[in-house]
Design a protein around this ligand. Sequence first.
Ligand SMILES: [Zn+2]
Length: 68
Amino acid sequence: MRKVKCPQCREESEYSTENSYRPFCSKRCKMIDLGDWAEEKFSLASEEVPDEEELEKAFMEQMRDSLH
Ligand SMILES: [Zn+2]
């Protein structure tokens, strides 16, 4: 069973399809991290607030790139 460290709280969590928040341990950590990242990316960019789906998509692309 593959374990990954949660990028947010550094707890080990199961990297499985059952964990829909992977590589985070929980929704809470995912949302915290997503929030930090989104703030950084969008705060200066525009006054437009991207919808949640857009954010999630962009975030997952970012994650994928950074995991390589
Ligand atoms: Zn966590």
